[in-house]
Design a protein around this ligand. Structure first.
Ligand SMILES: [Zn+2]
Ligand SMILES: [Zn+2]
Length: 247
């Protein structure tokens, strides 16, 4: 399987677990043979994360570092059932894409219906093109409703290494994840592998996720990590569907 990019990484700007800057991340991505790297620091509501002004300025960020094309994103916090997130549209429009995730520090686990609605409503945000770690067992999620919505709204679902790798920091929920992936296979929903590396250490650390995908014969054509252009195209299409002009 070709792996040309990692869709989910954090730098010092996320405020925890690393002092690595964007430059160290790009250097590591380059050494690992990636052509592209998504930097997706935590949005402002996460404790210790960068403020709005940081994300506002990413549109002026260096496009190529150590030969690696940098894709500037953010990991947004879904705040409530309405799918509201913690950066406004004018800032999100300056980024290449956004991941929306549920985080226990911000979103108290509720009923399956409430949690699932939060993620599905976040998919209506034209700047959100990826749902991060939907398998987090902190939250009960209806995988059938989630995958139906991802298909309809053309949103990518993430396979996050931290919920799959043996030394990942999130509790595992492999049974649920496998079921979700089988639905993605059946409904032809794109997925992306994200390491969720805080710092450069775990960038493109996908071996356990790939093993899992192979075990269920997941079709390679639905895995976006071999095609960064397609990944960016899918993000751009979501804006276009809502007639948003990127500045
Ligand atoms: Zn997260
Ligand atoms: Zn993350």
């Amino acid at each position: 399987m070709d792996i040309f990019f990692d869709s989910h990484t954090h730098s010092i700007a996320s405020g925890h677990h690393t002092s690595d800057t964007l430059f160290s991340l790009a250097k590591s991505a380059s050494l690992k043979g990636l052509t592209h790297l998504c930097v997706t620091d935590h949005a402002p509501k996460m404790i210790g994360a960068a403020k709005e002004s940081y994300f506002r300025n990413l549109r002026y960020g260096q496009k190529k570092i150590f030969g690696v094309n940098v894709i500037y994103g953010v990991e947004l916090n879904v705040l409530d059932e309405s799918g509201k997130v913690d950066l406004p549209p004018d800032i999100l429009n300056g980024l290449d894409f956004a991941i929306a995730s549920l985080h226990r520090e911000i979103f108290k686990p509720s009923t399956e219906e409430y949690n699932t609605s939060a993620l599905i409503n976040a998919m209506d945000n034209p700047f959100v093109s990826v749902i991060g770690h939907p398998d987090d067992p902190t939250y009960e999620i209806n995988l059938f409703s989630l995958t139906d919505a991802a298909k309809e709204k053309k949103v990518i679902l993430e396979v996050n290494s931290m919920g799959v790798s043996e030394n990942g920091y999130r509790k595992h929920n492999i049974g649920w994840l496998k079921e979700m992936l089988n639905e993605c296979k059946r409904k032809e929903i794109y997925i992306v592998l994200g390491s969720d590396s805080h710092g450069s250490e775990n960038i493109a650390n996908f071996s356990d996720s790939i093993k899992l995908l192979n075990s269920i014969e997941f079709p390679e054509k639905l895995i976006l990590n071999g095609d960064p252009q397609k990944f960016l195209f899918l993000a751009a299409e979501r804006r276009k569907d809502k007639n948003i002009i990127r500045f």
